[in-house]
Design a protein around this ligand. Sequence first.
Ligand code: RB5
Length: 149
Amino acid sequence: MIVLANDHAGIGLKREIAGLLDELQLPYKDLGTNSPESTDYPLWGYWAARTVKSGECDKGIVICGTGVGISLSANKVKGIRCVVCSDCYSAKMSREHNNANMLALGARVVGPDLAKMIVRVWLETPFEEGGRHQKRVDMIMGIEQGKEY
Ligand code: RB5
């Protein structure tokens, strides 16, 4: 299950991404917002991240104007590795090397077609298990737990 969440700036792009997930027959949970009223992106990042942390959803896609604010808030939830991507290479590497479990998109940065390509590659790319990448992801999670180097 994929969680989708966005602020007011992300509604249009969220609908495009939901359409892509429908096409790919991937189940998703749309937390909202679906109202054009101005709303606070930290809430949506946090609410989406909570569903990934709890295991209710495996992955999350969050959208605001830039993708920045909503990713910063999602990343404050322990266990979340949320990446803002505006290109397919970073999207692919964020899965292969960083095992990102959430993707943030900027609705005012990327157009719908590019955003859909980014989502596709991000969803279809597996993490390269084991080896140096696992060790480095473990280091990131260690920092989150207060480990010092
Ligand atoms: C809302 O205007 C905008 O600040 C928000 O969507 C996002 O870009 C914040 O990072």
